[in-house]
Design a protein around this ligand. Structure first.
Ligand code: SAH
Length: 251
């Protein structure tokens, strides 16, 4: 099994494939003002197994396209919604976030939790804006520094993994420079990382290693996750995901 298949296997059973929480998705929806509207068209990009998609479908009168590169995750979402009332509201789409098939001005909102980093925040904001109707909403969560300075170990790790990591002020400046007006920001609280993401993942490590006969590749994946968890535990007051809600302006 290659590294990607192993990663899929480790994350498939998670309720989330990144830090987040239903409560925080609900808060973002509230800030977006979309609850007052009907007949909405929304894309949830990099949806994974669909934690945020399910919340959006429950709260909004919307038809939602749940997009991910990995069909395994979309299959899981399709199983979750099969024979439920949400089935008619959610359509899954296997596509890459940097070449999406949406028409210009076709979407009321674009959602994306913990995924835009795959193409980079600035590139994503620029590439997705044309799909939104004038006044459309962009709601994304993105790795964010919580303070102006931070310990060198943490800084070096994330600068290397994701050079676009920045403060909320920096992220909001990118939104403003690219035709968006911010309507809300909040950082994800620690429980979104620990209780909702890392702890459930840690609980799957032993079974994951057994299932893959403790191969070097499987052990390396677990070790990398353990190192990231340890870093987060030591420095959670300096880094989180920021949730950014912004309105498309200038058209
Ligand atoms: N939004 C989900 C998943 C976050 S993990 C949650 O919060 O739980 C990031 C997701 O982005 C994964 O599901 C991964 O498969 C997806 N992804 C990675 N690269 C992608 C790409 N180029 N296009 C679309 N999705 C991508």
């Amino acid at each position: 099994m290659n590294d990607l298949s192993l990663l899929i296997d480790l994350h498939l059973k998670g309720q989330r494939q990144g830090p987040g929480g239903d409560e925080q998705t609900r808060l973002a929806v509230k800030l977006s003002g979309l609850e007052q509207k009907s007949d909405l068209k929304i894309a949830d990009i990099g949806c994974g197994t669909g934690a945020s998609t399910l919340v959006l479908a429950e709260l909004l009168e919307a038809s939602i396209t749940a997009v991910d590169l990995l069909p395994e995750f979309l299959g899981c979402l399709n199983n979750t919604i099969a024979n439920t009332a949400l089935e008619s509201r959610i359509t899954t789409l296997e596509a890459s976030m940097d070449s999406l098939p949406f028409d210009e001005h076709s979407l009321d909102a674009i959602w994306s939790e913990g995924a835009i980093y795959n193409m980079g925040f600035t590139a994503g904001v620029k590439a997705w804006r044309p799909f939104l109707k004038p006044g459309g909403i962009l709601a994304v969560s993105e790795l964010t520094w919580l303070t102006a300075s931070r310990p060198a170990e943490l800084d070096q790790h994330w600068q290397q993994e994701y050079p676009e990591v920045d403060t909320a002020a920096g992220k909001i400046a990118v939104l403003e420079a690219n035709g968006f007006s911010p309507v809300g920001y909040f950082p994800l609280p620690q429980r979104c990382w620990l209780e909702n993401y890392y702890r459930p993942m840690q609980a799957r490590f032993a079974e994951f290693l057994d299932r893959h006969s403790h191969t070097d590749a499987a052990k390396a994946i677990v070790e990398a996750e353990r190192a990231e968890i340890s870093l987060y535990e030591r420095y959670s007051s300096y880094v989180s995901y920021g949730y950014y809600i912004a309105e498309k302006v200038g058209e």
